[in-house]
Write a protein that binds this ligand. Structure first.
Ligand code: PHE
Length: 345
């Protein structure tokens, strides 16, 4: 009787190892594993068939089979690590970030020209004891008109084309004057010295001289014995501090429903010094604000007894002033968001 044959574990081992040389991807490695270490691979079949071998060759066969399995498993681990490493290197290579590219330069921001001008104005009035007082952009007809002595259907409403909202009586303020009422109702019966800066909105055709939104700076002083002389003195002083000591000013009579008497203040044209030029349209003067003594009706709407208290108010459009000072010929530049314009200031 011939000796029972030992399974050919040596060639199973050699075949497996040489096949592994050709494996370079994790997919192929998985296929290799099934073929050489899977349940029906020669080595695994030999191991599971050990029990059926005659007892005398069983130990030797077991030893050979285990050695073959260990050799294949070790080779598998080694290959698997090598493929992982290779994949990692490839990813690093492919996803490489070129850190030598120059970055985009960070652009420095700056204050908007309108804000620069507002701050100049705050500064001048702060030196004269005026505080900044904020009031809402969204107003009621009552505050924007009625309490300022402009009843419905009053012809003076034509001075303010208005954005009404879908809610009756609610609108975008057309001027900062409703802030006068807010300030008075908050401070009465104390005396008041405030400026009220803010955005105003008018429903009108946009042209080089008018926008649907623009800033105003309102001013309000209320107290005992406040006179027109105080108004003139304060505003003349403001003009000097803002435009230079030698600037001349003049007051012209005007009309506003919420002031009596009312006036407009002109400053001497800072471009031509009064000689006449295109900016002042040969007048030599530039109109910069409306003003007047607070109307008694408005004072009492604000909570002050007009027999005891008096006050003055004024309102100016700082964009207009900036346009004149900087020779800007179109008000639309202010809110056009064009950095080529903004960078010049
Ligand atoms: N509110 C006025 C306007 O928008 C300006 C103004 C303010 C006039 C205060 C007098 C007093 O034209």
């Amino acid at each position: 009787m011939t000796e029972p044959v030992l399974p050919d574990l040596e060639s199973a081992r050699v075949d497996g190892l040489s096949a592994l040389i050709e494996v370079h991807t994790s997919e192929n490695l998985a296929l290799w594993k099934t073929a050489h270490l899977g349940k029906s691979s020669p080595v695994m079949l030999a191991l599971s068939g050990l029990g059926k071998l005659p007892a005398d060759i069983r130990p030797r066969a077991g030893q050979l089979a285990n050695q073959a399995r260990q050799a294949l498993e070790a080779a598998y681990e080694e290959k698997s690590a090598a493929i992982r490493q290779e994949n990692l290197l490839r990813t690093l290579e492919d996803d490489r970030v070129d850190i030598t590219l120059p970055g985009r330069p960070a652009r420095r921001g700056r204050l908007h020209p309108a804000m620069q001008n507002l701050r100049d104005i705050y500064h001048v009035f702060a030196e004269m004891g005026f505080q900044v007082f904020r009031s809402p952009d969204v107003e009621t007809d009552e505050y924007n008109f009625e309490l300022l002595n402009i009843p419905a259907h009053h012809p003076a409403r034509d001075m303010w084309q208005t954005f009404y909202t879908t809610r009756p009586g609610v609108l975008l303020r057309t001027h900062t004057s409703p802030g006068q009422i807010w300030a008075m109702r908050e401070r009465a019966p104390e005396s008041i010295r405030v400026i009220l800066p803010g955005m105003c909105y008018r429903y009108e055709q946009i042209t080089t001289r008018s926008e649907i939104q623009f800033h105003q700076v309102e001013g309000l002083m209320v107290g005992r014995n406040v006179t027109f002389a105080d108004l003139k003195g304060t505003l003349t002083d403001f003009a000097r501090r803002m435009f230079g000591d030698s600037v001349r000013t003049r007051f012209r009579p005007s009309y506003f429903p919420f002031t009596e008497p009312s006036a407009e203040m002109d400053v001497e044209c800072f471009l031509c010094g009064g000689a006449g030029c295109t900016v002042c349209k040969n007048a030599g003067w530039l109109e910069i604000l409306g003003c007047g003594m607070v109307h008694p009706v408005v004072l009492s709407n604000g909570g002050y007894d007009p027999e005891i208290f008096s006050g003055f108010a004024f309102g100016m459009g700082p964009e207009r002033i900036t346009m004149l000072r900087r020779k800007i010929d179109d008000i639309r530049y202010f809110w056009g968001n064009d950095t080529r314009f903004l960078e010049q200031f």
